[in-house]
Design a protein around this ligand. Structure first.
Ligand SMILES: Cc1ncc(COP(=O)(O)O)c(C=O)c1O
Length: 380
C-alpha cells in the first residue's frame, strides 16, 4: 500500500537527534528545553492526594472548574483582564495541543497564517495539516525583534491568523509594550486572529513585565492565549496547559478539543488547582531563572562564545563565529561529540537554510550541571 504523507518534509527533529547524540557521548545536555531538577514536592503531594481522594475519572471536557477559576483569577490579577472561567478558559494536554487545536478551529483550506521566524517547530506543520498556507516573516537578523513593516507587507486578504511568541523560543527576546501596541495598531480594522504563545510568561528577567496580549483589550478580543503549567512548574512531562480566549473563539476551540483530546487527566488538574492557590511559585520564577541565567552568562563572559541578550525564557543564544566557521548543525554535533556539551542549532527553527553562527543553550539545569558545561565551554 502506498501512503501519501501529509507531512512529506518532516523527519526526526534535531531535538531528538541531539538528545540521542548527547546520551551516546555522555555530553551535558543543554539542548532540549527541560529542567534536570524536580518540581516542588508540595505539587507532587497535591496530585497524589487528588488520586487518593478518587479524582481519577473523566473531568469536564473544558477542564476542572476550580482550575479554570484559578487560571482566570491569575490572569486578572497579573494582566487586568477577566476571562469567564466557564466559557473562556480551557485546560489542554500541553501548549502544543492547544496551538494545534486553535489552528484547527480557525484555519480553512488555503487560509494564510503568519509565523515569525525563527519559531517553535510545531507551528508550520500544524498549519499545513489544517490545509493552511504558512507565511514566514523573518524577525530582524541578530536582534530578533519583530519587524512590523515586514509583517504588514505579509498581510493579505487570505490572512487568517498570526502566531506570536513572547518570551521567545529560541532567541530569548521579550516583546516590549511598544511592540505589542504596534501589533494592535497593525491588526486594527482587520479580521486577523492572534495565537499568542506565552508558555514562558513567568520567565521574564531584569524586572521587566510580561506583555501578555491580555493587557491589550483590542488584541485580547482577537486572541487565543496559550500558557503551559509544564514550563511554569518544572513538569514538562505532564503535558498540561491552558488557553484563554473570548467566548466566540473559545466556542469553536472546544468543538475541536472535544473530538480530539476531549479532556485532560483529572488528578493533575486537581493537584494544580490546590498548588495554584499560592502565587509564590510563579511570582518567584523570574528570580529563580535569572540567577541561573546570570551564572551561565558570567561563566561564558570571557569565553570565545559571544553572548546574545537573554531577556526571558530559559534559553541563552551564543554566536560561535569566533570559534568555528562550521554550519550550526555541524557545530552542534561537534560540540556534543568532541567538547561534551549539547546545544540546538538555530537553523532548526527556520524552514530554509540559515547562515547564522548561532546556537541555543538551555540553562534550566542544576548549578552543578551548568558548572560542568561551563568548564568545558570555557576551553573552546
Ligand atoms: C514556544 C513554545 N511553545 C510551546 C511549547 C510546548 O509546550 P508544551 O510542552 O506544553 O506542549 C514549547 C516547548 O518547548 C515552546 O518552547
Amino acid at each position: 500500500m502506498k501512503l501519501q504523507s501529509r507531512l512529506p518534509n518532516v523527519g526526526t527533529t534535531i531535538f531528538t537527534t541531539m538528545s540521542a547524540l548527547a546520551a551516546q557521548h555522555g555530553a551535558v545536555n543543554l539542548g532540549q528545553g527541560f529542567p534536570d531538577f524536580g518540581c516542588d514536592p508540595t505539587l507532587l503531594d497535591a496530585v497524589n492526594a487528588a488520586m487518593r481522594a478518587g479524582h481519577n475519572q473523566y473531568p469536564p471536557m473544558a477542564g476542572v472548574p476550580a482550575l479554570r477559576d484559578a487560571v482566570a483569577a491569575k490572569i486578572e490579577a497579573l494582566y487586568g483582564r477577566r476571562y469567564d472561567a466557564g466559557s473562556e478558559i480551557t485546560i489542554t494536554a500541553g501548549a502544543t495541543q492547544a496551538i494545534f487545536t486553535a489552528l484547527l478551529a480557525i484555519v480553512h483550506s488555503g487560509d494564510e497564517v503568519i509565523v515569525l521566524e525563527p519559531c517553535y517547530d510545531s507551528y508550520a506543520p500544524n498549519i499545513e495539516l489544517c490545509g493552511g498556507v504558512v507565511v514566514r516573516v523573518p524577525l530582524t537578523p541578530n536582534s530578533f525583534r519583530p519587524d512590523f513593516a515586514k509583517i504588514s507587507a505579509a498581510l493579505s486578504p487570505r490572512t487568517r491568523a498570526i502566531i506570536i511568541n513572547t518570551p521567545h523560543n529560541p532567541s530569548a527576546t521579550v516583546w516590549t509594550a511598544a511592540e505589542t501596541q504596534a501589533l494592535a495598531d497593525l491588526l486594527a480594522g482587520t479580521d486577523v486572529l492572534v495565537i499568542s504563545d506565552e508558555v514562558y510568561e513567568h520567565m521574564v528577567f531584569d524586572g521587566q513585565p510580561h506583555q501578555s496580549v491580555a493587557r491589550w483589550p483590542e488584541l485580547a478580543a482577537r486572541s487565543f492565549i496559550v500558557s503551559s503549567f509544564g514550563k511554569t512548574y518544572h513538569v514538562t512531562g505532564w503535558k498540561i496547559a491552558y488557553v484563554a480566549a473570548p467566548v466566540a473563539l473559545m466556542t469553536e476551540f472546544r468543538k475541536v478539543h472535544q473530538f480530539n483530546v476531549f479532556s485532560v487527566n483529572t488528578p493533575m488538574q486537581h493537584g494544580l488547582t490546590a498548588y495554584m492557590q499560592d502565587a509564590k511559585p510563579y511570582l518567584e520564577l523570574p528570580g529563580f531563572y535569572q540567577r541561573k541565567r546570570d551564572l551561565f552568562r558570567a561563566g561564558l563572559a570571557d569565553s570565545k562564545l559571544k553572548l546574545l541578550p537573554s531577556e526571558g525564557t530559559y534559553f541563552q543564544c551564543v554566536d560561535y563565529g569566533a570559534v568555528s566557521d562550521m554550519g550550526d548543525a555541524a557545530f552542534c554535533e561537534w560540540l556534543t561529540s568532541e567538547v561534551g556539551v549539547a546545544a540546538i542549532p538555530l537553523s532548526a527553527f527556520y524552514a530554509g537554510a540559515s547562515s547564522q553562527t548561532i546556537i541555543r543553550f538551555c540553562f534550566a539545569k542544576e548549578e552543578a550541571t551548568l558548572q560542568r558545561s561551563l568548564g568545558l565551554l570555557q576551553r573552546l
